[in-house]
Design a protein around this ligand. Structure first.
Ligand code: ADQ
Length: 737
């Protein structure tokens, strides 16, 4: 698909790093797979790259100006951060809280709210920069956990923007994410996008469950979330590496020479290689403990194998990273201390960054690549290693908890928490026959080259363009204001007007439990005002019990119809009357079934009424509630075959009611009572299936108004109870013409 429009990339860091060297400004391009992939899209599609250029506070004014010009020439828009912001937002919240939490390490809660405040305000800064740079037709692509709030903030300002968000790290299960006090805001922020991308389906499905539980969003097939009337697509986009570039690098004679000299320096011992950012999620300590165990188990390998561990220091302002550095030094010292001989040192630990050529040479020199994170979004090292092995040799040992494990089934997969098995796997890798190594590596290479970072970028951007085109925006789906204006004009002209109003979901939003949705003062005043208008009669038609309606609305001049019209009274102080001759023999059996279901589904409850019974699952765990609803409806179908009751599906509830009682019956009754005549303009307003029955029974000139986002036969639609009230208010407030 051809995607047109500029690309606005948004990431914490810009792809350029600036420093002043001997009085001159030096700007270097960042390398690395992700940047390479995004840079190509950036150049191809045009647009801007928005991000932090690093600390410029100590730069002279002239260097700063020079930098701004260079950034501008490279299509970059800087977001400058103070050192306090960097400390609280970047080191504090993003790397000190979200990073461990999303990698399932829940030990940073409670969190100082100062850090959260800084995170919010820095996200605000980024969002403002995006809004300033945005032009109609642009595609905005926000990256990673530093900027989860940006999509929502941009959406709030530019409703029609096309926004994508990609999470490069795992998204953990709801139990873990929910420990974050601001979890709802993080979710809302990410859901500001049209498309939210993850490396694996597990991350995606965790996110969907979380949106259901925390925000009450509805999801379907885990790849669509509906929230605030918007549809957000979720998708799995496993990132790749720039395989061609790595492949070419690893076949470069100079790189191959370097690989040869690495092997010679290693006295042709077998090499187990680790290449990581120095991060506690990467499992470096456990990897070395397993090596120690391997040397204990397999003494014949002593003197014949070494671990080369390259680790680039990272985030060393965060205390936990400094602790890891200390632990690693100690562990390497201990293992080397106990096993080294005069001419053999088991672990060669390099705490530094190497350039891509040097890393490629190491990949070529290694016999076994150890990629053993405790948790990792994807892990690019595993793919870079494979891309470099044009000799079709080398064994990859890969943690089953890296996102890469899903795609790299031919690797020897390990559980990094299981030291003993890891040690055995090292032995297996070192003794794997050449033919098996070749077969596994060829399959891995096929995939790594086919699914490279460029394909990843293209697929995400295309899917994003599609998702934003498909999203039915609330203002598109709902009745346009001009139509609603014309409608109110018409209703105002009617001599007699009957309003049949549903309550829950129509006049008030759904509450956590049915009992707490009492009308607020604004609603009571609105209903009173409507009912006071000459020629207007207002009837509330609800599935609720009559006692509740009487308590909440009984003093107003309204007609009330409870239990979908089974109980009714047209005026205050009139006695309630019931529809005669309704058979309720089915109730004891249905009650037993509903009670059993409620007992085995925590968070659900049974509501018993005179001629109906409902099972509510709004507060259940969403997946369990939905599954139980399906089995319950099958059970009830069997039970009620040929009986005098029927099943009605409401929102997060199933109701069984006696046949012959429905909201359509209310209208028929009012007609029979002469309250509705041919001259009456009838308006029915409602949000669920029971209201559809009433819509269907309206006279030809009747007006149906659907509330909310769902399929409806209503001619008019408004998005929320708030919008429904606004419409009623225009009828109540305006003078009759
Ligand atoms: P990272 O956690 O940074 O990325 P990873 O995917 O392994 O992890 O990428 C690390 C990169 O740094 C690789 O390109 C590697 O070559 C390079 N590197 C590591 N050590 C180095 C060293 N000593 N010298 C030079 N280069 C070194 C996050 C997520 C990952 C996800 C990526 C991309 O945590 O899970 O794969 O984003 O989405």
């Amino acid at each position: 698909m051809e995607v047109t429009g500029r690309l606005l990339l948004v990431s914490n860091r810009l792809p350029m790093t600036a420093k002043v060297d001997r009085g001159h400004l030096a700007v270097s391009q960042s390398t690395g797979g992700l940047v390479t992939g995004l840079r190509r899209a950036h150049e191809h599609m045009g647009g801007s790259w928005i991000g932090w250029p690093g600390d410029v506070s100590r730069m002279k004014e002239k260097h700063r100006r020079e930098l701004e010009e260079m950034l501008q020439a490279g299509g970059c828009v800087p977001v400058h951060l103070t050192s306090e912001e960097v400390s609280l937002y970047y080191d504090g919240f993003a790397n000190g809280v979200l990073w461990p939490l999303f990698h399932q390490m829940v030990d940073r809660i409670p969190v100082p709210s100062l850090q959260w405040d800084a995170y919010r305000s820095v996200n605000e800064k980024f969002a403002e920069a995006v809004v300033r740079a945005w032009q109609p037709g642009d595609i905005i692509w926000v990256h990673d956990y530093h900027l989860t709030l940006v999509p929502g903030m941009v959406r709030a300002r530019i409703r029609e923007a096309t926004i994508g968000f990609f999470l490069h790290i795992p998204f953990p299960s709801p139990e873990i994410v929910c420990t974050l006090p601001w979890c709802d805001q993080v979710l809302q922020g990410m859901l500001g996008a049209n498309l939210v991308g993850f490396h694996t389906f597990t991350h995606q499905s965790h996110f969907a469950s979380c949106a259901q539980r925390v925000l009450g969003a509805s999801t379907s097939k885990y790849d669509r979330v509906r929230v605030d009337g918007r549809k957000v697509r979720l998708g799995v986009f496993p990132i790749g590496v720039d395989a061609q570039t790595f492949g070419a690098l690893a076949s470069d004679p100079a790189v191959l020479d370097e690989a040869t000299s690495i092997r010679e320096d290693a006295h042709h011992e077998s090499i187990l290689l680790g290449v990581d950012r120095l991060d506690y999620t990467k499992g470096i300590l456990a990897r070395l403990l397993a090596f120690e165990r391997f040397l204990e188990r397999e003494p014949q390998w002593r003197g014949k194998v070494r671990v080369v561990q390259l680790a680039v220091p990272s985030r060393d302002k965060v205390p936990r990273y400094r602790l890891l550095q200390r632990q690693l030094n100690e562990l390497v010292g201990r293992i080397n201390g106990s096993f080294s001989t005069v001419d053999w040192v088991p672990i060669h630990y390099m705490r530094r960054s190497l350039n891509e050529r040097q890393v490629a040479a190491l990949y070529r020199a290694a016999d076994v690549m150890l990629v053993t994170p405790f948790r990792d979004g994807m892990n690019l090292v595993a793919k870079e290693f494979v891309a470099c092995r044009s000799d079709h040799d080398g064994v990859l040992v890969l943690s089953e908890f890296a996102g890469a494990a899903v795609e790299m089934g031919e690797a020897l997969q390990v559980n990094p928490y299981d030291i003993e098995t890891m040690a055995r796997t090292y032995a297996e890798a070192l003794t794997m026959p050449g033919e098996e190594r070749r077969v596994r590596m060829e399959s891995l290479r096929h995939r790594v080259f086919a699914h490279d970072v460029h394909l990843w970028t293209t697929m995400f951007v295309e899917e994003l363009a599609l998702a934003s085109r498909k999203e039915t925006r609330p203002e598109d789906a709902m009745s346009p204001a001009v139509e609603l204006d014309a409608l109110t004009l018409r209703l105002r002209a009617a001599k007699r007007l009957l309003l049949l109003l549903d309550y829950d979901g129509t006049l008030v939003p759904f509450a956590r439990t049915p009992d707490v949705a009492a009308p607020d003062t604004e609603l009571r005043q609105l209903l009173a005002k409507l009912a006071a208008r000459p020629g207007v009669s207002v009837h509330v038609v609800s599935g609720r019990r009559r006692g509740v309606l009487e308590r909440w609305l009984g003093d107003l001049h309204l007609g009330l119809h409870a239990e979908h019209g089974y109980w009714w009274r047209n005026r205050p102080n009139e006695p309630w009357r019931a529809v005669p001759d309704v058979n309720v023999d089915w109730k004891p059996d249905v009650k037993r079934i509903l009670d059993e279901t409620a007992a085995s589904t925590p968070g659900t409850l049974v509501e018993e009424k005179t001629a109906s019974m409902a099972w509510h699952w709004r507060r259940a765990e969403p997946e369990l509630g939905a599954a139980r609803m399906e089995s319950l409806s099958r059970r009830l179908d069997d039970e009620l075959r040929g009986s005098s009751a029927e099943i009605v599906f409401g929102k997060k509830m199933i109701e069984v009611r006696s046949r012959g009682v429905s909201k359509a019956g209310v209208l028929a009754r009012l007609q029979a009572q002469g309250i509705v005549t041919a001259a009456t303009a009838v308006v029915a307003m409602g949000d669920d299936r029971t209201d559809e029955e009433c819509f269907a029974a309206l006279p030809a000139e009747g007006v149906a108004i659907g509330v909310g986002f769902r399929a409806t036969a209503a001619r008019y639609r408004v998005a929320t109870p708030r919008a429904a009230r606004a419409l009623l208010a225009t009828i109540a407030n305006t003078k009759r013409t």
